[in-house]
Design a binder for this molecule. Structure first.
Ligand SMILES: O=C(CO)[C@H](O)[C@H](O)COP(=O)(O)O
Length: 220
């Protein structure tokens, strides 16, 4: 199966986790796009969606799925999103699509994070994928220096990218993230960091992993 077919497979499988009559949290990315397309087939059975990006909002609305303002929603049963990497505890790196801050905000509303990913995303240790960090532009140089001095990571500004919140993305290479919760807590308090793309406190409860043998379910 191709990677696109695996994404379509898990996008479809995620429908089983959508709670009828409820609001569903929707992530961002090519795997989530498959989920959004599948969700359109049950749009009359949900109250609507809370979206994590302008791109996902546009796709949802184009398919006739109502998108609610996150400030009007107190909690949701399920958030469905992809990942750039996921480990065997359900910790993730996210932000390859630059939507990490809004993704974490919607994940924070949710009782359960259901990750959908193809099998190439499953890793033993996070960090081979460059760690995205949303940063307020005037802090970029200081945040990059700090990554080098504290973790030995090589950071660079992602060219040509502005987030939905008007900030930049710094990508950090050369990390081995052995303690995701500790690194998330540390980096999130550096001045100018809006969000680090480690999903530690907001890790997945379930991962639907697309494999050539079918969907493998990992429970964390
Ligand atoms: O974190 C994300 C966007 O900010 C995505 O979930 C992540 O990049 C995976 O994307 P894709 O499904 O296209 O591989």
């Amino acid at each position: 199966m191709t990677q696109d077919e695996l994404k379509a497979l898990v996008g479809q499988a995620a429908l089983a986790h959508v709670v009828p009559g409820a609001i569903v949290g929707v992530g961002t990315g090519s795997t989530v796009n498959c989920f959004i397309d599948a969700l359109a087939t049950m749009k009359d059975r949900i109250r609507g969606a809370v979206s994590s990006s302008v791109k996902s909002t546009e796709r949802l609305q184009a398919l006739g799925i109502p998108v609610l303002d996150s400030n009007t929603v107190e909690s949701i049963p399920v958030y469905i999103d992809g990942a750039d990497e996921i480990d065997h505890q359900g910790f993730m790196i996210k932000g390859g699509g630059a939507a990490l801050t809004r993704e974490k905000i919607v994940a924070d509303l949710a009782d359960r994070f259901v990750c959908i990913a193809d099998e190439s995303k499953l890793v033993d240790v996070l960090g081979a994928f460059p760690l995205p960090v949303e940063v307020i532009p005037m802090a970029a140089a200081q945040v990059m220096r700090r990554f080098a001095s504290v973790y030995g990571g090589q950071a660079s500004v992602r060219a040509g990218v502005t987030t939905d919140n008007g900030n930049i993305i710094v990508d950090v290479r050369g990390l081995k993230i052995s303690d995701p919760l500790a690194m998330e807590a540390e980096v999130n308090q550096w001045p100018g960091v809006v969000t680090v793309g480690i999903f530690g406190r907001h890790k997945a409860k379930v991962c639907l992993l697309g494999t050539s043998q079918g969907v493998r379910t990992l429970d964390f």
